[in-house]
Design a protein around this ligand. Structure first.
Ligand SMILES: Cc1cc2nc3c(=O)[nH]c(=O)nc-3n(C[C@H](O)[C@H](O)[C@H](O)COP(=O)(O)OP(=O)(O)OC[C@H]3O[C@@H](n4cnc5c(N)ncnc54)[C@H](O)[C@@H]3O)c2cc1C
Length: 346
């Protein structure tokens, strides 16, 4: 069988290498020019949710959930994702999405958000939650998959440019750096940041990932701290991984409103990383040239989609086809002159 070199040991490349090994591929190399989980994967929030609005995304999430559940705590904690809405239009959107999600088998429930101790709910008109969703540790999960891949014979090389490793097939799983390997990939870097605040005494153990429907502000518990994130008012199309301090202050204010016990909690750490955006915010998966296969452009959802994607890509590489329908993700869907949106709701 041909030698497959997977370029990039982030969540996506690691999952592909692991699933290739599971399917019996013999000559597989996983090469990263830096370190395992050293780029976007190591900077991610770690959220895993099935509550998406498009059918294709819900299917990817349903499939991915199996591996996260198998990994279990402490790598994956099934704390749930709860969306709260403060307007009637927001409640309607939640209900519409929930009915599509339920049709696809996602157990989304209408919930009373006041069940979460200390959460401010007097302005909340409706809430939905899926308790199968949760949070994982992206770098630790990735390292675990690399460990499993190596145990099954995959050669793992760090500090190695994959292009320098002899190959028959090159799998481009380089996140925001993917266009360096293939300039025709329509992928642009978008800066996004996260903030940890704390410690906050007595955080409820059952605090779910809580997402404000109208603003997109969301937060999760991590030990005695809270990790905050939000889509930014003006997208930063850049590869400069810089923290915007004004946003940090804005988010702390939002946290103080939604979760009053955390008011004034100091910043532990703030950092920025890159989303690898495509024009439609869906990934590019499939053959893009002779011996070159792409799995990139995950547009901010790559960690949670990586188990299903890794399995499907490995099937396509080893067996020529995958059970999961990858046709929505082919490069050919773009016309070559696609524009990246000015506003983003992620
Ligand atoms: C702030 C932030 C929060 C996020 N939160 C979430 C979340 O909650 N849930 C979620 O699902 N996703 C989240 N994401 C998105 C998620 O991190 C990414 O979609 C995912 O990690 C992408 O994984 P990847 O393997 O494709 O890319 P990366 O993790 O970027 O890995 C690509 C790897 O390729 C390597 N590389 C580059 N060029 C070469 C080369 N020539 N040869 C060899 N190796 C090369 C790099 O060194 C790097 O290690 C978040 C991202 C950010 C920035």
């Amino acid at each position: 069988m041909a030698r497959i070199v997977v370029a990039g040991a982030g969540a996506v490349g690691a999952s592909i290498a692991y699933h290739l090994a599971l399917l019996g591929a013999r000559d597989v190399v996983l090469a990263d020019r830096g370190e395992i989980a050293g780029r976007a994967t190591g900077k991610a929030m770690g959220g895993f949710r099935q509550q998406f609005s498009s059918e294709a995304e819900v299917r990817l999430a349903r499939e991915s959930g199996k591996l996260f559940r198998e990994l279990g705590p402490p790598l994956f904690e099934q704390i749930g994702y709860m969306f709260v809405a403060t307007t009637t239009a927001g409640v309607e959107r939640l209900r519409d999405r929930a009915s599509t999600q339920r049709e696809l088998g996602v157990p989304v429930e209408d919930v009373d958000p006041s069940r979460v101790r200390d959460l401010r709910t007097d302005d909340v008109l409706g809430a939905v939650a899926c308790w199968e969703d949760g949070v994982a540790e992206p770098a630790a999960v990735t390292r675990e998959l690399v460990r499993r891949a190596a145990a099954r014979g995959v050669t793992v090389l760090e500090h190695t440019d994959a292009r320098d490793v002899e190959h028959d097939v090159l799998v481009v799983a380089c996140g925001a750096a993917s266009p360096e390997l293939r300039a025709d990939l329509p992928i642009r870097p978008l800066v996004r940041q996260l903030v940890d605040v704390g410690p906050v005494a007595g955080l409820p153990a059952d605090l779910p990932m809580t997402v404000e429907e109208e603003t997109g502000f969301h937060f999760r518990r991590r030990g005695e701290t809270l990790r905050l994130a939000m889509a930014e008012p003006a997208p930063r199309w850049s590869d400069r991984e810089e923290v915007d301090e004004a946003l940090v202050e804005d988010w702390r204010g939002r946290l103080a409103h939604r979760f009053p016990p955390a008011a004034g909690a100091p910043v532990v750490r703030a950092w920025a990383g890159l989303y690898d955006m495509t024009p439609d915010a869906h990934p590019i998966i499939g053959w893009i040239g002779d011996g070159v296969y792409a799995a990139c452009g995950f547009s901010g959802h790559g960690f949670m989609q990586s188990p299903a994607v890794g399995h499907a890509v490995a099937e396509e590489l080893v067996r020529g086809e995958s059970e999961l329908d990858l046709t929505p993700y082919r490069l050919e869907r773009f016309g070559g002159d696609d524009v990246f949106p000015e506003t983003l709701v992620l």
